[in-house]
Design a protein around this ligand. Sequence first.
Ligand code: AMP
Length: 217
Amino acid sequence: MIRKRNLVFLGPPGAGKGTLSEVIIRDEKLVHISTGDIFRAEIGNGTALGKEAKAYMDAGKLVPDQLVVDMVAARLAKEDCAGGFILDGFPRTVAQAEMLEQIAEKTGRKLDCVVLFDAPYDLLIRRLTARLTCRKCKANFNKLFAKPKTEGVCDHCGGELYQRADDSLETAQNRLKVYEEQTAPLIKFYTDNGLLAKIDSSLPRDRAYEALLTVLS
Ligand code: AMP
């Protein structure tokens, strides 16, 4: 069992945060909180929050901090997070990280580790533009590196695979630019407070997972 359980997965889109989250929650009882997944569910359900988030997401821009932070604060306060959680895709700005410190203090959910998923730009673009996502269980596949057994069908639940609208080349490039400008400053933020650990997420999935378990043990 891993020792560090209150976690942030930090890194550019396509680095494998969601994929390794799926893998680790099969072995460890952690709550996976993906802000992107929550927004996509809100959009699917046609809620006011979903409608507000959609325009930003379609353009590859960040949703305003306060909307995201309120959503995460409500989720972290739930009892099931007491045994550990993964924040995947949050925080994405220094302002969000500062607000997370306040939430953590209020809810008693102090972070144990921030894992930086590191991978080169070209690989990120190739992964994002070839990514396929399951409509039902949200599992990720890839037309180049991790094909499903049957084309268009999820190996895990039989759900339909689709390409996310924001995984088009133009939007993927824009999301990586937004990452560099707004999210990469968090590397210094979490290095300075001693929480940062780095893994090489250009490795094949199994080896990246081993590296993840090592930094969390
Ligand atoms: P993801 O699935 O993590 O790649 O997120 C997809 C999109 O959701 C992002 O491109 C943003 O538009 C939005 N989003 C997700 N998490 C955040 C966040 N922490 N702050 C702002 N926008 C977010």
